[in-house]
Design a protein around this ligand. Structure first.
Ligand code: PHE
Length: 467
């Protein structure tokens, strides 16, 4: 059974795969808009502080748990607690969360596939009309696209850690970076681009309040793929001769840089479209922005580069978003697969088939949540709003639960596994870790500030969304 677990071929393989997971819709769309709405560089500074002082310690803890145990999240919590039932159950959160995130992420990625097809067939103008998106989400043909996408994703996953996940990230991540740079260079040549840059980068501290700080932390947390069991699992595929602290630093740097560059792309593009844009009117919902607003921006570029040119720019952008979404989707589905392999002793092939079946089971109602089925569209009510099945999955598993899972990981490492164990694991492959400033900070913060901050964010999110 051992050969089924797999391992990354090198440190770079791990870094690219983890960055592939981290770089997603959150970087390319949510981050730029959040930054511009909430005080530009002022937001950026807060965000960076959170990445360095709150998220980075959690990253180290998650990766170390995985590498020490060579297990999925449930197995990791269970092994490090001498098979405590309570901790095993807590580890379950690290399987259910990615399982459910995969459900709605699949739906969004399918929409991206439809947009790519439309752009490739010259239909940028159709995509820019207001009705298109609301009609598209109700098309029964979505199930055809979903089958194609999932077939590709599960084929990659059958390829395993090295031959599937790592190989995909090795091709797509550099491509994505090059495409991003090309698009940024192009957009910066447009008239009025500088207004967007100013909006993005001039700090305005007057916008800071508790809500903004809260939002910055949640954004940093999910952008780095924390609290989803991903880094525990990827840590279990990470070599014992390499350094966890320096690899995690690279992943955090790549993720944050891509988010930053996405801002240099999106905001100048928006301001070139309309120099009087009021960013307060931009939706932070990545979905609304990508699917409804950005096609209009791209179409407006035809004045400068013609319809064909504008379509090419739009196609490159949507490919970029699709690549980012695909690597994230693959990473998230790998977590339950690793659980089936470790805990149920399945072969990888069988684990992949099981997961494909289960994912389809939940992805169908999520796809039906946009009007195709009345039952799933008006599934329930809370916070004074009618919510679809998709909304429930999104609100619970994406908006709310991640800081809670991060919180449990910190508490677990400090009070159950104990700092000695964690420190020992972090110094494997990194002789300089022992006695470093980082180690001292981690040992103080992981049982105090970090969990307190994460728990506060969790409580305040529950309050805002559900009450
Ligand atoms: N880190 C991703 C982002 O920034 C979030 C994500 C990761 C979503 C993995 C799904 C799966 O968008």
């Amino acid at each position: 059974m051992e050969q089924d677990r797999g391992q990354f071929s090198s440190r770079l393989g791990f870094i690219l795969a983890a960055a592939g997971s981290a770089v997603g819709l959150g970087n390319l769309v949510a981050f730029p808009v959040m930054a511009s709405k909430n005080g530009g560089a002022a937001f950026l500074i807060i965000y960076l502080l959170f990445v360095a002082f709150i998220c980075y310690p959690v990253m180290l803890a998650e990766i170390a748990m995985g590498r020490r145990t060579q297990r999925n999240p449930v197995g990791a919590f269970s092994m490090l607690s001498d098979r405590s039932k309570v901790w095993r159950l807590t580890g379950m959160l690290g399987i259910v969360t990615p399982f459910m995130i995969a459900v709605f992420y699949t739906v969004i990625t399918v929409w991206l596939v439809v947009y790519l097809k439309q752009l490739a067939t010259g239909n940028l103008d159709t995509l820019s009309s207001d009705a298109t998106f609301s009609n598209l989400v109700q098309e029964p043909s979505l199930f055809g696209y979903a089958s194609l996408l999932l077939a590709a994703v599960f084929l990659i996953l059958v390829g395993g850690v090295k031959g599937g996940i790592e190989r995909l990230a090795r091709v797509l991540m550099p491509t994505l970076a090059v495409m991003l740079v090309v698009l940024v260079c192009f957009v910066l040549t447009l008239d009025n681009a500088s207004a967007g840059i100013a909006y993005y980068l001039v700090p305005d501290f007057s916008k800071m309040d508790l809500g903004v700080v809260n939002g910055a932390l949640s954004q940093a947390f999910f952008s780095l793929s924390l609290g989803m069991g991903i880094l525990i699992t990827y840590g279990s595929y990470f070599s014992r001769t390499d350094s966890i602290p320096s690899s995690a630093r690279m992943v955090a740097t790549m993720d944050t840089s891509i988010a930053f560059f996405a801002g240099l792309l999106i905001l100048p593009a928006i301001f070139a479209f309309d120099p009087n844009t009021n960013t307060d009117d931009l939706s932070t919902s990545s979905v609304g922005l990508i699917f409804s607003f950005l096609p209009k921006i791209f179409l407006s570029m035809q004045a400068a580069v013609g319809y064909f040119g504008a379509s090419v720019v739009a196609l490159i952008f949507f490919l970029l978003v699709f690549f980012a979404a695909l690597t994230s989707l693959v990473s998230i589905i790998e977590i339950p697969i690793s659980y089936w392999i470790d805990e149920w002793k399945m072969t990888r092939k069988r684990a992949v088939l099981t997961q494909a079946f289960l994912l389809a089971l939940f992805a169908i109602p999520a796809t039906l949540s946009f009007g195709l089925s009345e039952f799933f569209t008006n599934f329930t009510n809370y916070g004074g709003l009618s919510k679809s099945f998709f909304d429930v999955v999104y609100d619970v598993f994406y908006e709310t639960i991640l800081p809670l899972v991060g919180f449990t990981a910190c508490i677990f490492c400090v009070y159950r596994w104990k700092l000695n164990g964690l420190n020992e694991e972090l110094s494997v492959g990194d002789p300089r870790y022992n006695g470093s400033l980082m180690q001292r900070y981690l040992n103080v913060s992981l049982g105090t500030v970090v969990p307190v901050v994460l728990f506060s964010v969790f409580v305040s999110t529950v309050y805002t969304i559900f009450i």
